[in-house]
Design a protein around this ligand. Structure first.
Ligand code: IPM
Ligand code: MG
Length: 362
C-alpha cells in the first residue's frame, strides 16, 4: 500500500530524531511492501525565522492532504521572549487544533530493562503500564478570553478554563474504548473540589461510564493523581484528563520510564474502528533539548515509537507497529543505551546508531 506522511521536524533535536523515525518507517515499508511518500514542511521557530509565523498555511495544507503527520518538537531559547508576538509553540498548538486532534494518547510502560534509569525504586515500577489520554484542543490552552492588558492599577492577564459536555464526552469515550482493550479501568482526573469545569468533567465522566458497563471508572483529584503516580503508579490503567492537567501529569509520568526521550504520543480525533484509517499526529513527548541539538546524541526511541503508533492508529498496520516496538525492546534488552538512559560509565550510542540497531531487527 502507499501512504502519504507529512514530516514536521521542527526545532532543536526535533529534525534529528524525526529523520530516524522516517528511516525506520522506510525500512519496515521495504520489508512489508508499503511505500511511504514523505513530505517535509516547516513549523515552529525555524518557520518564524523564515516566514514570520510558526505554522504556515502551506504546512497545514500538506498535513491535511496526508494520511498522518510525523512531528518532532518546537521551541528554543532564541524564541523565548515572553513578549514575542509569535511563538514556536503556536505551531504545535495550531496544528492540533487545525486537524481537530482532541485526544492525545501517551502510553507509559516501564520495561524491566529500563528500571535502572528511573529515579524510582524498581519495586514501585513493577508492572507499570499506563495510557494517559489528555484532552488536547480545549481548556486553558485554547478557550477565550485569553489575553494580557494594562490597567491603571497594573498589568493583568487571563486564560479561560472552559469545557463543553461534548468536548468532555468525546475524549472520555476514547479513554473508555482504550480501556476495553486493556485492563478495563479508567481513572478520570479532575479538580472537582474547586473548579466548576471539573464538576462538569466529572458528571460527564460518570455518564460516559454507563455506556461502558465492562469498564470500572474512578474519579481522582489531580493533586492526588500527581502523588499516586509516583507512590503507586502500577494502580493505573487508563487516565483521562483535561489539557493542562494532562500536560503536567505526563511529564511526571515520563520519570517512571527513566527518560522523556523514550515516550511517544499519538494525537487523534477518536479511536479508529478496526481496519479503518484515521488522520493523526505523532510526536515524542520530549522537547527540543537545545543543549544537545546538533550533536547527534539525542535518543531517537521516542520518535521511533511514535512512528509505531502512526502505523497502528493512522494506517491500521498493527503487525508492523508491533514489530517496531519489539525491536526497540530488544535493543534495550541487549543493553544498548543513548546517553539519557545510560548509567554512569556505561557506553552510549549516537542517535543514528540506536536507530540502525532497531532497523537491523525489523
Ligand atoms: C507537550 C508540550 C506542548 C504542550 C508545548 C510544547 C506547547 O509541552 O506536548 O506536552 O504544552 O502541549
Ligand atoms: Mg508538555
Amino acid at each position: 500500500m502507499e501512504f502519504k506522511i507529512a514530516v514536521l521536524g521542527g526545532d532543536g533535536i526535533g529534525p534529528e530524531v524525526t529523520a530516524e523515525a522516517v528511516r525506520v518507517l522506510e525500512a519496515i515499508g521495504r520489508k512489508r511492501g508499503h511505500t511511504f511518500q514523505f513530505s517535509e514542511a516547516p513549523v515552529g521557530g525555524n518557520a518564524i525565522d523564515r516566514y514570520g509565523m510558526a505554522l504556515p498555511q502551506e504546512t497545514v495544507r500538506l498535513a491535511k492532504q496526508s494520511d498522518a503527520v510525523l512531528f518532532g518538537a518546537v521551541g528554543g531559547p532564541k524564541w523565548d521572549d515572553p513578549r514575542a508576538k509569535v511563538r514556536p509553540e503556536d505551531g504545535i498548538l495550531g496544528i492540533r487544533k487545525a486537524l481537530g486532534l482532541f485526544a492525545n494518547l501517551r502510553p507509559v510502560k516501564v520495561s524491566p530493562q529500563l528500571m535502572e534509569a528511573s529515579p524510582l525504586k524498581p519495586s514501585l515500577l513493577q508492572g507499570v503500564d499506563i495510557v494517559v489520554v489528555r484532552e488536547l484542543t480545549g481548556g486553558l490552552y485554547f478557550a477565550k478570553p485569553k489575553k494580557r492588558w494594562e490597567t491603571a492599577r497594573g498589568r493583568r492577564a487571563v486564560d479561560t478554563l472552559r469545557y463543553t459536555e461534548q468536548e468532555v464526552r468525546r475524549v472520555m469515550r476514547v479513554g473508555f474504548t482504550l480501556a476495553q482493550g486493556r485492563k478495563n479501568r479508567v481513572t478520570s482526573v479532575d479538580k472537582a473540589n474547586v473548579l466548576e469545569s471539573s464538576r462538569l468533567w466529572r458528571e460527564v465522566a460518570m455518564e460516559t461510564a454507563k455506556e461502558f458497563p465492562g469498564v470500572v471508572m474512578d474519579n481522582m483529584l489531580v493533586d492526588t493523581a500527581a502523588m499516586q503516580l509516583v507512590r503507586s503508579p502500577a494502580r493505573f490503567d487508563v487516565i483521562v484528563t483535561e489539557n493542562m492537567f494532562g500536560d503536567i501529569l505526563t511529564d511526571e509520568a515520563a520519570v517512571l520510564v527513566g527518560s522523556m526521550g523514550m515516550l511517544p504520543s499519538a494525537s487523534l480525533a477518536g479511536i479508529p474502528q478496526a481496519g479503518q484509517r484515521a488522520m493523526g499526529l505523532y510526536e515524542p513527548i520530549h522537547g527540543t533539548a537545545p543543549d544537545i541539538a546538533g550533536k547527534g546524541i539525542a535518543n531517537p526511541l521516542g520518535a521511533i515509537l511514535s512512528a509505531a503508533l502512526l502505523l497502528r492508529y493512522s494506517l491500521s498496520l498493527e503487525a508492523e507497529a508491533r514489530t517496531i516496538e519489539l525491536a526497540v525492546d530488544k535493543v534495550l534488552a541487549d543493553g544498548y543505551r543513548s546517553p539519557d538512559i545510560a548509567r554512569p560509565g556505561e557506553r552510549t550510542l549516537q542517535t543514528r546508531e540506536m536507530a540502525d540497531l532497531v532497523i537491523g531487527l525489523l
